[in-house]
Design a protein around this ligand. Structure first.
Ligand code: HEC
Ligand code: HEC
Ligand code: HEC
Ligand code: HEC
Length: 192
């Protein structure tokens, strides 16, 4: 009991983050022996990923570029948790922890993607390109697609979701198909 009241006192004093209140799965992730997760690489597979990157066609544009032609999506997505996902690692004191960045940023581990909050703040959070992959080729081709994980490649896009929403980080949805389909609307969570 005494330990508990000390803990509560420290909590009140604001000492809880990041030292005292680490939740178990954050600790487990931090100590994971596996290399940091790179969603695009896992979704495409090593070889297709390497080929796409070597082609030189794929660079990140940031969601502000997408806004030029998809204003409704841009505005709707501002209310989606993906667009605020970096705050969670920041609050947990892990904004520079490699094990966390792949799933809470855009393109960590991908050439030209997020590297750190100081050098690439414009790629924090899971933006449009965090799900669809780098957008430069699409911005050249517009209605012809050009995404590594676009509407014409739902198999890859579903893998993107499930690489981030893995066995440890599985609390976001019960019905995956319904959650996936809701992202066809500008405001996710709306009925497709
Ligand atoms: C494999 C992808 C992945 C990695 C790696 C990852 N996260 Fe997350 N994180 C998620 C997903 C998906 C959610 C939302 C679903 C959920 O909470 O299960 C989430 C939610 C969270 C939340 C909010 C829910 C909670 O438990 O409080 C925090 C905080 C968080 N992550 C911190 C971290 C930290 C710190 C690390 C690194 C030690 C990390 N995450 C690594 C995917 C990931
Ligand atoms: C959490 C992942 C995710 C994020 C983030 C995301 N999208 Fe998507 N997007 C999807 C999914 C899933 C679909 C449906 C693909 C399909 O047709 O199977 C989709 C479809 C679309 C479509 C086609 C809609 C239609 O008419 O079918 C557009 C346009 C689009 N997204 C633009 C954006 C833009 C712009 C952003 C950023 C502001 C964004 N997306 C962010 C997952 C995402
Ligand atoms: C110069 C205009 C333009 C820009 C910039 C642009 N798009 Fe598009 N996009 C289009 C057009 C045109 C279509 C086809 C009609 C439609 O669905 O609105 C399209 C379709 C899409 C689709 C559905 C088709 C597919 O291939 O999956 C997605 C997803 C998408 N855009 C996402 C994005 C994202 C993410 C960005 C930012 C990286 C972006 N767009 C930037 C013009 C643009
Ligand atoms: C790059 C990693 C990543 C990808 C790709 C990703 N997510 Fe997420 N998702 C997260 C994180 C991180 C959170 C938690 C964000 C937070 O709480 O701040 C989250 C949260 C969610 C939530 C909770 C929404 C809410 O309002 O609480 C849903 C639903 C969800 N994701 C569905 C999807 C679907 C469907 C896809 C694929 C179309 C997808 N996600 C792709 C990382 C990802």
């Amino acid at each position: 009991m005494r330990a508990l009241s000390w803990y509560l006192l420290l909590l009140l004093l604001g000492f809880e983050q990041p030292v005292f209140a680490q939740n178990a799965r954050i600790e487990a992730q931090r100590l994971s022996p596996n290399p940091p997760v790179i969603p695009l690489k896992s979704a495409l597979g090593e070889q297709a990923f390497a080929e796409a990157m070597a082609s030189g066609k794929y660079a990140f544009a940031t969601s502000f570029k997408c806004r030029l032609c998809h204003r409704d999506f841009f505005v709707g997505r501002k209310q989606d948790v993906h667009d605020h996902a970096f705050a969670k690692v920041l609050q947990a004191g892990h904004s520079e922890t490699e094990q966390c960045l792949g799933c809470h940023t855009t393109g960590y581990g991908v050439p030209g993607g997020f590297t750190s909050p100081i050098f690439t703040p414009q790629l924090a959070n899971v933006q449009c390109e965090g799900c669809h992959g780098p957008g430069s080729e699409h911005i050249r081709r517009n209605a012809e697609g050009g995404f590594l994980a676009g509407s014409d490649r739902p198999g890859i896009l579903k893998k993107m979701c499930l690489v981030c929403h893995d066995a440890r980080w599985n609390r976001a949805f019960d019905d995956f198909e319904a959650a996936y389909n809701s992202y066809k609307a500008a405001r996710p969570g709306d009925k497709p």
